[in-house]
Design a protein around this ligand. Structure first.
Ligand SMILES: Nc1ncnc2c1ncn2[C@@H]1O[C@H](COP(=O)(O)OP(=O)(O)OP(=O)(O)O)[C@@H](O)[C@H]1O
Ligand SMILES: [Mg+2]
Length: 378
């Protein structure tokens, strides 16, 4: 019996905005929430019953968190495997060390996907600047990404000439990396899949995503794509979740190319920015779905009740001591404001998002973008 019923306590490794929104969903369902984060005043802290302030590689702290919880999940994949194993001695950790070991290293992840028959774009491992230069000769322009530790476009750089190899190598910290051929993207989409220990699986319709400077700018669900593409994307995400024996939720970021082929960009076994709009558009938000999955209770209906979109709000909005006039967004019908309660806005830091619903995906997106523009964002 692996069910963890409401009233029990869920531990979350990571207390950023994803942990905060997961904690709020958990509380709605009647669970208590404990969080581990390096920052005692992290975004999730106001909605957690307990915060263990410790680095993610502190295995003793992870064990301490788990000792007071009935199940442990995570909102960030860069948690030391030793911490996961230490926590798992006290409570089930979902997703577990097996999933994280695949996902934490871009090279291991790509090899795992390729071996499983899930297509990824052309890439090479590179361990020094000479190998990077060789990749430029082979691919032309490429994205250099450190194997470990990057997110929101950090630890990655675009490179299109051999002379730039040295700077590129240095800028990612001189660490082992993958060099990916720069692809001509027709669109970017993501598919979120939930799987619980019992094996039940639910898949959300794909979200359509737009990145600027390699960071997600906006996202809309459902993606307006042909039935064939939706079908292939959904099948692929489901297949990955089954193969990796997922317990929890997993976002599969995908690239759509001009010839309609679909490639996996990367996997994220946690809530994903591109599914924040599920909170306002779907029967079940991704955060509630994560709670249901890790507690091994019946999964919620992932279908879209109303098309919905989000636009991210970055720290840039707050610079020069300015505070956005949120009334200009809130006065709009169907628009909601989500702020993460983070102290210290910095350029490029995700501080919140605007969401909107509409009669069509296009209308939802227009509404969210107009609301963001009204407060000076987007
Ligand atoms: N090989 C590529 N060809 C074309 N565009 C790419 C490629 N790799 C990355 N990009 C662009 O950069 C974005 C971010 O890349 P990626 O997902 O690898 O980085 P990340 O740091 O993990 O970002 P995030 O945390 O936002 O997912 C992609 O969504 C895409 O827009
Ligand atoms: Mg990404």
């Amino acid at each position: 019996m692996t069910t963890i019923s409401p009233g029990a306590t869920i531990g979350i490794l990571g207390g950023g905005q994803l942990g905060r929104m997961t904690a709020m969903a958990a509380r709605t369902l009647g669970y208590s929430v404990h969080v581990l984060d390096p920052d005692a005043q992290c975004a999730a802290s106001p909605v957690a019953d307990r915060v263990v302030a410790a680095p993610f590689d502190d295995a003793d702290a992870a064990a301490d968190l788990a000792a007071h919880c009935d199940v442990v999940t995570l909102e960030i994949e860069q948690i030391g495997i030793a911490s996961i194993e230490a926590a798992a001695r006290h409570a089930p950790v979902r997703p577990g060390a097996g999933v994280l070991a695949v996902v934490q290293d871009r090279s291991v992840q790509k090899r795992w996907l390729t071996n499983g028959g899930f297509a990824v774009g052309p890439y090479r491992d590179a361990n020094n600047e000479e190998q990077l230069a060789a990749c430029v000769s082979e691919f032309g322009s490429l994205f250099v990404k450190s194997r470990r530790g990057g997110y929101d476009g950090r630890s990655q750089v675009r490179l299109d000439n051999t002379a730039g190899a040295r700077d590129a190598w240095r800028s990612i910290g001189g660490r082992p990396c993958v060099a990916e051929r720069e692809l001509d993207l027709a669109a970017e989409l993501s598919v979120l899949v939930a799987r619980r220990p019992s094996g039940e699986i639910r898949v959300y319709p794909p979200a359509l995503n737009h990145h600027e400077r390699q960071i997600l700018a906006w996202s809309v669900i459902p993606a307006t794509l042909s039935a064939d593409i939706v079908d292939r994307a959904t099948t692929m995400a489901r297949g990955i979740a089954e193969s990796i024996e997922l317990e929890g939720i997993l976002a599969v970021e995908m690239f759509l190319l001009a010839d309609d082929s679909l490639l996996v960009n990367e996997l994220a076994p946690r809530p994903h920015n591109s599914f924040h709009e599920t909170e306002v558009g779907c029967s079940t938000s991704q955060f509630e779905q994560l709670v249901r999955a890790v507690c091994d209770v019946p999964l919620g209906d992932p279908s879209v009740l109303r098309p919905a979109a989000i636009v991210n709000l970055f720290g840039d909005l707050w610079t020069d001591g300015r505070t956005p006039d949120f009334r200009l967004a809130l006065e709009r019908s169907g628009v909601r404001l989500h702020l993460y309660g983070k102290r210290g806005p910095r350029p490029g830091r995700k501080m919140g998002h605007i969401s909107a619903v509409g009669d069509t995906p296009e209308a939802a997106l227009d509404s969210a973008r107009a609301a963001a523009a009204a407060i000076g964002a987007g």
